[in-house]
Ligand binder design. Structure first.
Ligand code: FE2
Length: 234
């Protein structure tokens, strides 16, 4: 579905071949087994005579991606927003998915609409391209990235949770949002720059403080079940 509907193959453009005979000292970088290796060559690496098969660079305008979602209640898993996928031999797991969260209509009934609290077996590096990410309108700014590795709980900040819990569930359209996620079964490590030199959001953990318990065994209390909110006793 992702290849032929949401991210239609017709919207991928292949770069034209580019051949140059320029003889200039150049550096060639190759990533192998999680590490970058460099070597020096005496000519431009941009000396492609022709592409053969489908192993060629392409460009794709993310604004041509058509998201799909629930049209009654609850959330399918975020992988429904997959633009490209590299499947693995393990059922239920991919080597890597490239997932896009762009503007879209939300009209689910009886549903907590932001991404809800969860943990899973996939590793989820995310980035904000532009606008506001609906689970974390503060902190996760354009140009910023986050990383949640396997089985690390995460979800919306406290204010988002409280607002969405009491919102009037009329159709709405977050129209200023464009974030991406790589969902992969491989553990992700921080590069030295990311861990020590890049600007860090030191107060990230603060938005998780103070959530109230929302479970209650008594009829009439709100009960919560994953992404669906139910009000009992009414
Ligand atoms: Fe997640």
């Amino acid at each position: 579905m992702s290849t032929w509907a949401q991210s239609s193959s017709g919207n991928f453009s292949m770069a034209p071949e580019c051949f140059t005979t320029t003889s200039v000292p150049s550096m060639l970088t190759v990533k192998w087994c999680g590490r970058s290796h460099e070597t020096r060559i005496g000519h431009s690496p941009l000396d492609v005579v022709a592409w053969h098969g489908n192993y060629a660079p392409v460009k794709y305008d993310l604004r041509t991606y058509c998201p799909v979602g629930s049209i009654l209640f609850d959330h399918p898993v975020p992988s429904k927003f997959t633009v490209l996928t590299a499947p693995s031999g393990v059922p239920g797991s991919t080597n890597i998915d490239f997932v896009l969260f762009r503007e879209r209509w939300l009209a689910m009934e009886t549903t907590f609409r932001p991404p809800w609290y969860h943990k899973n077996i996939m590793r989820e590096p995310m980035g904000n391209i532009s606008g506001r990410y609906d689970a974390e309108p503060k902190g996760f700014v354009p140009g910023g990235m986050s990383l949640h590795n396997m089985m690390l709980p995460h979800g919306p900040d406290k204010n988002t949770f409280e607002t969405a819990s009491n919102a009037d569930l009329k159709p709405e359209k977050p129209d200023n949002t464009m974030s991406f996620m790589f969902a992969t079964r491989f553990p992700q490590h921080l590069a030295g720059f990311s861990a020590r030199q890049a600007p860090l959001q030191d107060d990230y953990i603060d938005c998780r403080e103070g959530p109230e318990k929302k479970f209650g065994p008594t009829a009439g209390e709100k009960q919560w079940c994953i992404g669906i909110r139910r009000e009992t006793g009414k």
